[in-house]
Design a binder for this molecule. Structure first.
Ligand code: NI
Length: 171
């Protein structure tokens, strides 16, 4: 198992739509193990493969720190089948450090995908699980929380990054 590097905004890979997994081979299973390690090490509750530079539709989640009803799981080729309700939810992202923003989400989502064993799974997410599922599925579609906030907030974040970069260059 390995802890992988998490790509940070504005890395171009984070903007790409990831490809569907056509075969769950050893490489995909290894990727899931590595993503799990990487997510835990970073203290996250979810991670998408594109965040570690792999353009495949694979996500891992463990929202148990916020809702103990759920444990770790991985989903391959996840898809939102239906959704319900609307909510503003404050989110952060391992690829967008020091950014906590309210984004519009659906209250409940119904998601289908494959387990790492290739078994089709269906799950109904609500609460933090629904938020995390939408966040990670956004990632594999090339969408970041910054794409879901106002242009002004995006600009403020970009300027903050620029300032930090300048500081780093000076020191
Ligand atoms: Ni994220």
């Amino acid at each position: 198992m390995a802890v992988l590097e998490i790509l940070k905004y504005p890395h171009p890979n984070l903007k790409k739509r990831s490809d569907a997994v056509s075969q769950i081979d050893k490489g995909v299973k290894q990727l899931i193990q590595d993503m799990r390690e990487t997510m835990y090490q970073a203290g996250g509750i979810g991670l998408a493969a594109c965040q570690v530079g792999v353009s495949q539709r694979v996500i891992v989640l463990d929202v148990s720190p916020m809702d103990s009803r759920y444990g770790f799981f991985a989903l391959i080729n996840p898809e939102i089948i239906s959704e319900e309700g609307e909510i503003d939810h404050e989110e952060g992202c391992l690829s967008v450090p020091d950014c906590l923003e309210k984004v519009k989400r659906k209250e409940k989502v119904y998601v289908k995908g494959l387990s790492p064993d290739g078994i089709e799974v269906e799950l109904r997410g609500e609460g933090i699980l629904a938020m995390a599922l939408q966040h990670e599925i956004d990632h594999i579609n090339g969408i970041l929380i910054l794409d879901r906030v106002s242009r002004l907030k995006r600009e403020i974040y970009r300027n903050k990054l620029k300032k930090e970069k300048r500081k780093e260059e000076k020191s």
